[in-house]
Design a protein around this ligand. Structure first.
Ligand SMILES: Nc1ncnc2c1ncn2[C@@H]1O[C@H](COP(=O)(O)OP(=O)(O)OP(=O)(O)O)[C@@H](O)[C@H]1O
Ligand SMILES: [Mg+2]
Length: 867
């Protein structure tokens, strides 16, 4: 052990432990670190921890946090368009036009305020949800282990870790048993790195066998760790956070972004076009300039991201009420687009109430010896305790007498068994238990009831596997137990091929969950195919499927998958619904194969063995009681381990998506329409069709009218099929509805200037009324593909839309409007506008069925996420 550094390092966690100048923290050893951090194996006291939390700050890699409201406001105000507008307002003020100055300012501030308020509320709601499913850490505080939020871990804390936990901070091991860390995020090494307390002289982080690092996870064994650095002071905190986050945006995010950019570009062209024509016609006036800027403000889809966030987070809140918590907002879309759901078995399809119901030996007799050995194995083995272990220990005798455990090899999902080396007096023996395929090949003999051994020859093996098959077919889960004498050598005696003797099989029952039948029926009715991906034996899974009357065909074992090329597997996954005896790697391979076939794949699981597949899926799902690693990898957490909850979630996801599409349709049709008409108007009209202020007012009222959309219902047809972002469908809608609205604009122009020879002020007032009425009312048509009158809008939506329209009419048609330049309209003109509006709505209603694709045609590959 190296000499103690000076006491100036009491805040060693804060200074990055002198990473470059002196020995890394693990080389200095645990005792030195304890002293330096003024900590003890029984942990800090609550008061010490609180004080350190205050001085070191929370344990988060990047002090992300939300931007303050003020910062957001400033950001909006300095956005180029808004800034130009504010400057323009200033210019109007300076030239004595105080009215414009005040009104522009008010409208801009109100619009921004509206956005900020909605966004702020949405973000707060989503963050609260995220916090509710955040992983916690078990730390020793005042000698007692308590669970605290990871962000409250401080240097000097003593953390208890077991398989499945995320390592919350950097630290040095105080003790451990069979600890294995997955450091793939740091070293790229996919296999678990063995970790053990003790000295380590290696300077290389990859060889720091006595240290654990934030951003990695424990996949086997147990460990107690002294935290040496938290938050941004950790070695790989930032790296790991960025590696683990699913940074690649999904089809939906890319789609929305692409659409926004498209509109932005077109707006740019339009504004230039308008400016140019005005310049040629009358030279550049302040008004023309303001008009162009206001137009740009009105047409830019700056609302689109906000609106998506707000709609998604409203959806998230609604889903949370149905026990589905969303960690990544866009996953709501992916959930709605999901057409294949892979799920593990225990807990989702079974009750996860596993009970030991019997045993049998090679001759078919009850085997108390196997039960006893199995119990000892469960009692002493470290690391991941599965619910099979819990079942074994449930009514086991409380103490193991004089038996001691000298060493163990914890369970892992590749060897699928767990081994302990036991000693009693002078005799030592190994006891292993696990999947029969893994245990039986190790055995050369079996134990008979009288204690004598008989050779495990081909005959005996055949009889045994027949018996196991039969048990499996009845739905029983089995564990094989074997034991071998071990001379006083190491636990590694196993490596050399210990002479195992088969003791017997333990028989467990995990009753099926009856509600699963209905849930799966609901999912398949909603276009989601359910596939079972289990580490358990084929017969057990088959039996379960039959008991629950699940529609499932085809079965593939992990061993069969091994020999398949990716291409062959991709073809096979299409036809196969049951995957059995698969390893964690194979689980994620199945997901990748399905994705390669163009499916939008969900994966639901709770164990360490499910985490890779959860990560690989378009929608990773886990349950609240699942392991940290599974929950961390997941996009969505179910608060109840129930597929029925998920079926509800899928509907909510689709509803949310349908509502976003309503915005998109509203935005695209009116934006593109307005662009065409504005371009035309600035060419032919001798004056501007709307005053800049009127455009801003129009924009504001239109935004107000849309506030209710997230509350709206979706048509049953949209809920019954997977829904995925489809740019083609958006363009198609735009190309049909945009021109329609332009045609009506032009007709309106013609009617106003030719029919009524309206002077500029009257023209603008009339145009404003017609434009806002058509823009707002069209939501009632395009919110559904069927006849508008057959689908009732939500009350909130009706209220915001009609309310905004009422305000618009009030301003335009009463003396109040004079401040923004409106004038009273003659009755005949009003009548004409009303008729034009009605005609437009009638045409829109007629055309929309061609513009809105029936949902069943959506391409299946559209929901893919590239990771
Ligand atoms: N604690 C344990 N000790 C020994 N063997 C175990 C233990 N836990 C599991 N196994 C073996 O490993 C196999 C795979 O584990 P498990 O069944 O949990 O996988 P899974 O894919 O999560 O299954 P499921 O679909 O039921 O959730 C088990 O069928 C069993 O044979
Ligand atoms: Mg499982």
């Amino acid at each position: 052990m190296t000499a103690l550094p000076s006491t100036a390092h009491l805040r060693a966690g804060a200074a990055p432990t002198g990473a470059h100048s002196e020995a890394p923290f693990w080389v200095r050893g645990a005792a030195a670190q304890l002293e330096m951090l003024a900590s003890r194996p029984e942990g800090l006291t609550a008061a010490e921890a609180a004080e350190r939390l205050a001085s070191h700050g929370p344990n988060v890699a990047v002090a992300a946090g939300r931007k303050s409201l003020l910062a957001k406001l400033l950001k909006r105000l300095t956005e180029p368009l808004v800034a130009i507008l504010l400057i323009a307002a200033g210019v109007s003020g300076a030239t004595g036009d105080w009215q414009s100055f005040v009104i522009i300012l008010l409208i801009v501030l109100f619009s921004i305020g509206l956005d900020l308020f909605q966004e702020e509320k949405a973000e707060a709601a989503v963050e609260a949800l995220k916090r509710s499913v955040a992983v916690s850490a078990r730390v020793r505080r005042g000698g007692q282990a308590i669970a605290i939020p990871v962000r409250e871990v401080v240097p000097g804390d003593v953390v208890e870790l077991t398989a499945g936990d995320l390592v919350p901070a950097d630290g040095i091991l105080l003790s451990s048993r069979g600890a294995l860390a997955n450091e793939v995020a740091l070293t790229g090494e996919a296999y678990g790195a063995e970790k053990a307390a003790g000295d380590c002289a290696a300077l290389d982080i990859a060889e720091a066998t006595n240290a654990l690092f934030a951003g990695t996870s424990i996949v086997g064994g147990v460990a107690v760790m002294l935290v040496t650095a938290t938050g941004a002071d950790t070695r790989f905190g930032h790296v790991a956070a960025s590696v683990q986050a699913k940074v690649a945006p999904g089809a939906f995010e890319r789609g929305i972004h692409g659409l926004g950019m498209l509109i932005l570009r077109l707006t740019g062209f339009l504004v230039l076009f308008v400016l140019l024509t005005q310049l040629l016609k009358q030279g550049l006036t302040l008004e023309a300039f303001l008009f162009a800027v206001a137009l740009a403000v009105g047409l830019t889809p700056e609302l689109l991201p906000m609106v998506t966030t707000v709609t998604l987070s409203r959806g998230a809140v609604r889903m949370a009420a149905r026990q589905v918590v969303v960690k990544r907002l866009a996953a709501i879309h992916d959930l709605g687009a999901m057409d294949v759901l892979c799920t593990d078995k225990t807990g989702t399809l079974t009750q996860a109430r596993i009970a030991l119901v019997g045993s049998f030996d090679a001759e078919g007799l009850e085997s108390p010896r196997a039960v006893e050995a199995g119990r000892l194995n469960s009692r002493f083995v470290s690391g991941l305790h599965s619910n099979l272990d819990d079942a074994l220990l449930a009514d086991a005798p409380a103490d193991a007498g004089s038996l001691r455990c000298l060493a163990d090899r914890p369970f892992d999902f590749d060897t699928r068994r767990a081994t302990v080396l036991l000693s009693e007096g002078l005799s030592r023996r190994l006891v292993t238990k696990g999947a029969a395929e893994m245990v039986l090949p190790l055995c050369h003999a079996y134990a008979r009831q009288d204690g004598t051994l008989a050779p495990l020859d081909a005959d005996a093996r055949a009889r045994l596997s027949e018996r196991m098959e039969a048990k499996g077919r009845e739905g029983f889960r089995l564990l094989a137990v074997a034991s071998a004498p071990a001379d006083d050598a190491l636990a590694d005696v196993e490596e050399a091929g210990a002479p195992y003797v088969f003791l017997g099989c333990l028989v467990f029952l995990d009753p099926p969950k009856d509600s699963a039948t209905e849930a799966i029926a609901r999912l398949s009715a909603a276009g989601v195919r359910v596939k079972i991906v289990s580490g358990d034996a084929g017969a057990v899974v088959r039996h379960l499927v039959e008991t629950l009357h699940l529609p499932a065909s085809g079965l593939l074992t992990g061993a069969e998958m091994e020999d398949m090329s990716d291409l062959a597997l991709a073809a096979a996954v299409e036809k196969t619904d049951l995957f059995v005896r698969v390893s964690p790697e194979q689980k994620s391979r199945i997901v990748r194969a399905l994705r390669a076939r163009g499916h939008t794949v969900g994966f639901m699981g709770d164990g360490i063995n499910d985490a890779p597949a959860i990560h690989a899926a378009d929608v990773g799902l886990s349950v609240d009681g699942g392991t940290d690693v599974a929950r961390e990898a997941a996009d969505i957490i179910l608060l109840a381990p129930d597929l029925g909850v998920l079926a509800d979630g899928v509907r909510e996801g689709r509803r949310t998506y349908a509502n976003i599409m309503k915005y998109v349709r509203m935005g695209t049709s009116s934006n593109f329409g307005n662009m065409l008409s504005m371009a035309a108007a600035s060419l032919v009209l001798p004056f501007l069709p709307l005053a800049p202020l009127q455009i801003l007012l129009n924009n504001l009222l239109y935004d107000l009218s849309e506030i209710g959309i997230p509350f709206d219902q979706a048509d049953e047809a949209d809920l019954m099929r997977p829904q995925a972002w489809d740019m083609g469908a958006v363009l198609r809608f735009t190309l049909i509805m945009g021109p329609l609205s332009s045609v009506f604009d032009l007709v309106t122009f013609a009617v106003l200037s030719l029919g009524f020879s309206a002077p500029p002020d009257e023209f603008r007032t009339a145009w404003f009324v017609e434009s806002i009425a058509t823009q707002i009312l069209v939501i009632f048509l395009i919110r559904t593909r069927g006849p508008a009158w057959a689908s009732r809008p939500d009350r909130v939506l009706a209220a915001t839309s009609l309310g905004a329209l009422a305000v618009a009419l009030l301003i335009a048609l009463t003396p109040v409007g004079s401040v923004v330049g409106f004038v009273p309209l003659p009755a005949s003109l009003l009548g004409a506008i009303a008729m034009l509006t009605a005609l437009y709505l009638a045409c829109a209603e007629g055309l929309k069925r061609f513009a809105i694709k029936p949902s069943a045609q959506g391409p299946r590959s559209a929901g893919r996420r590239v990771t």
